[in-house]
Design a protein around this ligand. Structure first.
Ligand code: NAD
Length: 504
């Protein structure tokens, strides 16, 4: 086992449940987590089941009573210390992200940095959970709104951001006064265990060990139990649209709240006046970064016909030089897919594109040898491809051409998902048109910046089948709180609103 794993407290077999007092004994099946670059086992987890789930809910509910009483800036101070603890472990945790999900080392570190950034953001936010005051229509009355914590938040995370997506939710929810139970993906449980341990140590020092709990278990067992549990007023779930449909229905049936961050199918439009140097770099990072396994990955490129041949040639040349290899090695820019199931999805998509008459310009195949590696792929499409309307979690870029910007925007918007979008142009008019109400229909719309690599200061999320949720910065914190409108009468009469008379 790697040294850094022992420094993070990872054993060969780890418990999949952690409550107020730390990790609990579990009795479920043992699941191994594999390094997708080599196929080797990193470590294993003994899964938790419903009995552990009940114990964790009890711990969380007890913790909530104390946590919500703590003034928000004091909660912010504890979150600050968690950010510091993550800073101290950034190198080891970043390496673990790389080892477990295959993103290159700088991206593994970047992911932990994102968790640190959101902790810093949450600290400031802990003094800014503002409500509005309104002028009452009645004399001697004061009206205002205030925000209270919701309670226990269930956070379900996807494999591809095994550290930061939890932190986006947990750090904000914590300053809001909520407690959080984390159900990570079974494809990245070891990062979740290490991350939880680091933050739990800080909380436990303050006697608040139950504020964050962790449950690693099967979807059909603990996942379904959590989403159907009325004691969990908000489920924040990140993952595929398929998962979001199931979670959304279950939570709606009990009139709970959902925050859904689901799949994307993101496009970059490159206009005839674009700076192609910028566009090449942005498209390459957007389409190939994280081996095409980001929700914001650039999957479609819609290029003005005047620059299509030049841009395509430059991209193919850049792709052919991309270093594919072990993501822990310096110089690697493309790591593996998460597993062989993802390689099969990649192969299926390439075959489907060919069957639809598209031309594979580069890549298109698995890399021989150990690990789940594929070659970054460019597909030129003469017409709209059915396969390009689906999100294939792999580095496949479909290139289309256009002559009229309105058609390009319509093509971009024609998919079910609505997460991220970009235009490259030096034209003020084209940029503003893209950003107007008749422009991009996505939650994120960029100009001369690619579709991926968002900063935490903005609200992050997408429309349509992407689920409509917003996380991280801006006023996303409101999703984790309940709003209360308060009216105080400090006068000696009882006037009714709208002039209603009811004298008794
Ligand atoms: P997935 O849908 O297979 O799994 C996501 C999570 O949902 C996992 O923890 C899984 O165990 C859980 N889950 C599945 N069924 C469940 C159920 N019935 N009850 C409770 N939990 C259940 O997704 P994945 O393969 O891990 O991740 C890739 C997907 O996530 C892509 O579609 C990607 O676009 C999306 N994603 C979206 C965002 C975003 O912010 N919009 C961020 C990262 C990933």
């Amino acid at each position: 086992m790697h040294d850094f794993l022992s420094r993070l407290g990872i054993a060969e077999v780890n418990s999949g449940a952690a409550g107020a007092a730390g990790f609990l004994p579990t009795t479920g099946r043992v699941v191994a987590s594999h390094d997708p670059a080599t196929g080797e086992v990193i470590a294993s987890v003994q899964l938790a089941g419903r009995a552990e789930y009940e114990a964790l809910v009890a711990d969380a509910q007890t913790a909530f009573v104390a946590w919500r009483e703590l003034p928000a800036p004091k909660r912010g101070e504890i979150v600050r210390q968690m950010g510091e603890a993550l800073r101290a472990h950034k190198e080891d945790l970043g390496k673990l992200v790389t080892l477990e999900v295959g993103k290159i080392h700088s991206e593994g570190l970047g992911e932990v940095q994102e968790s640190i950034d959101i902790a810093d953001f949450a600290v400031g936010l802990s003094r800014q959970l503002y409500g509005l005051t309104m002028h009452s229509e009645r004399p001697n009355h004061r009206m205002y709104e205030q925000w209270h914590p919701l309670g226990l938040i269930g956070v379900i995370t996807a494999f591809n951001f095994p550290n930061a997506v939890w932190a986006w939710n947990a750090m904000i929810a914590a300053v809001c006064g909520d407690v959080v139970m984390w159900k990570p993906s079974l494809k990245a449980p070891i990062t979740a265990i290490a991350t939880h341990r680091i933050c739990h140590e800080v909380l436990a020092r303050h006697g608040m060990g139950g504020v964050f709990t962790l449950i690693v278990g099967d979807d059909a067992d603990v996942g379904e139990t959590m989403i159907n549990d009325k004691r969990v007023p908000l489920i924040s779930a990140t993952g595929s649209c398929r998962m979001g449909r199931r979670v959304g229905q279950a939570v709606a049936a009990r009139l709970g709240r959902c925050l859904l961050e689901l799949g994307g199918n993101n496009a970059i439009i490159v206009h005839h006046d674009a700076d192609l140097d910028l566009a090449v770099r942005a498209v390459a990072f957007g389409a190939v970064g994280t081996a095409g396994q980001r929700c914001t990955t650039t999957r479609r490129l819609i290029v003005h016909e005047a620059v299509a041949d030049a841009l395509t040639a430059r991209l193919v040349a850049a792709y052919e030089k991309l270093p594919v290899g072990n993501p822990l090695d310096d110089g690697t820019l493309v790591g593996p897919l998460i597993d062989d199931g993802a390689v099969a999805q990649f192969e299926h998509a390439v075959a489907a594109a060919r069957a639809e008459g598209a031309e594979v310009l580069c890549g298109g195949a698995r890399v021989d040898g150990p690990g789940s590696f594929v070659r970054p792929t460019i597909v030129r499409a003469a017409r709209d491809l059915a396969i390009a309307r689906e999100e294939t979690f792999a580095p496949i870029l479909y290139i289309y051409t256009y002559t009229d910007l309105a058609d390009a925007i319509a093509l971009q918007n024609s998919v079910d998902q609505g997460l991220s979008s970009s235009i490259f142009t030096d034209s003020f008019r084209a940029a503003e048109r893209f950003l107007s109400a008749a422009g991009s229909d996505c939650g994120i719309a960029n100009v001369n910046i690619g579709t991926s690599g968002a900063e935490i200061g903005g609200a992050f999320g997408g429309e349509k089948d992407t689920g409509g949720g917003r996380e991280a910065g801006s006023d996303s914190w409101k999703a984790y709180m309940r709003r209360q409108t308060c009216t105080l009468n400090w006068g000696t009469s009882l006037p009714l609103a709208q002039g209603v008379k009811f004298d008794v």
